[in-house]
Design a protein around this ligand. Structure first.
Ligand code: SF4
Length: 258
């Protein structure tokens, strides 16, 4: 769980807890399960590295350290939160208030909170959430049409930035303008790793066209491939668009602090 990451749409990852339980077809080849099974074999410790036991990690000091560095440098960094779990997992309910408090104390970090448990999101936002913390992006994963209901929950949550991860994209989502109203960014990616399932670039092109029509930032992460970050171009072009200008955000933050 290194804090910098190969995930192209973020700068860092933070896992205040790790471990999860599978909820949908997008979880079938979950990277965290593979990695923890490997560690079980390497260490012989089957409880510590049991992917289905949600447990606190020792990384709780990381955000404050990154915050100090980012503030000193006058920048804003993105932090993908819970790449080895799910922020809204019910087994983390007792720890989340403490995690929200850390998030609040780190204005130079923008936390990208992505969930497959969209139905729990609204009920587990902090009491002072208001229209959304300025440094939190809320997102849901939608891998197939069956899980488009997650978008309904996301649209109803107030948030500074709402994003969708269509990864691993397993079929044509057939998204409509109404379904993506209020969404600021869509990330598309094929599955990677052994046994990866195919992704037709035509499905990605349709999402790109919808994003262009609706003014949504489009990020193409990769094609379906045996390894991560393979085939990062769609029709010979890279698409790495963000919903916010982080340089402008950093300048505004500095001005507000002066
Ligand atoms: S929700 Fe995410 S972390 Fe949890 S099992 Fe599914 S893919 Fe893995």
């Amino acid at each position: 769980m290194a804090d910098t990451t190969a995930i192209s749409w973020t700068k860092r990852t933070w896992n205040p807890w790790r471990g999860c339980t599978k909820v949908s077809s997008g979880c079938d080849h979950c990277y965290m399960f593979t990695a923890q099974h490997k560690r079980q074999q390497q260490t012989g410790n089957f409880e510590l590295w049991n992917p289905e036991i949600v447990q606190r990690t020792k990384t709780w000091g990381d955000p404050l350290r990154w915050q100090r560095l980012a503030e000193k440098a006058g920048i804003i960094e993105t932090v993908f939160t819970c790449s080895w779990s799910d922020w809204f997992h019910n087994k983390a309910d007792d720890w989340r208030a403490e995690a929200w408090e850390l998030v609040r104390r780190c204005p130079n970090l923008h936390f990208q909170i992505l969930t497959k448990r969209a139905e729990r999101m609204a009920r587990h936002l902090p009491p002072d959430w208001g229209d959304g913390y300025p440094n939190v992006w809320l997102g849901v994963s939608v891998e197939s049409q069956k899980y488009k209901w997650r978008l309904d929950y996301l649209r109803k949550c107030p948030a500074r930035v709402r994003f969708v991860s269509a990864e691993p994209l397993l079929e044509d989502l057939e998204l409509t303008p109404d379904q993506v109203a209020g969404i600021h960014q869509i990330i598309v990616g094929g599955e990677s790793g052994p046994g990866y399932r195919p992704m037709d670039h035509a499905w990605a092109r349709k999402i790109l066209a919808l994003c262009r029509q609706q003014g949504i930032a489009f990020f193409f992460k990769q094609s379906a491939a045996p390894r991560t970050e393979m085939g990062t171009r769609l029709d010979d072009r890279e698409y790495q668009e963000y919903p916010l200008d982080l340089v402008a955000e950093a300048k505004a933050l500095q001005t507000n602090l002066c």
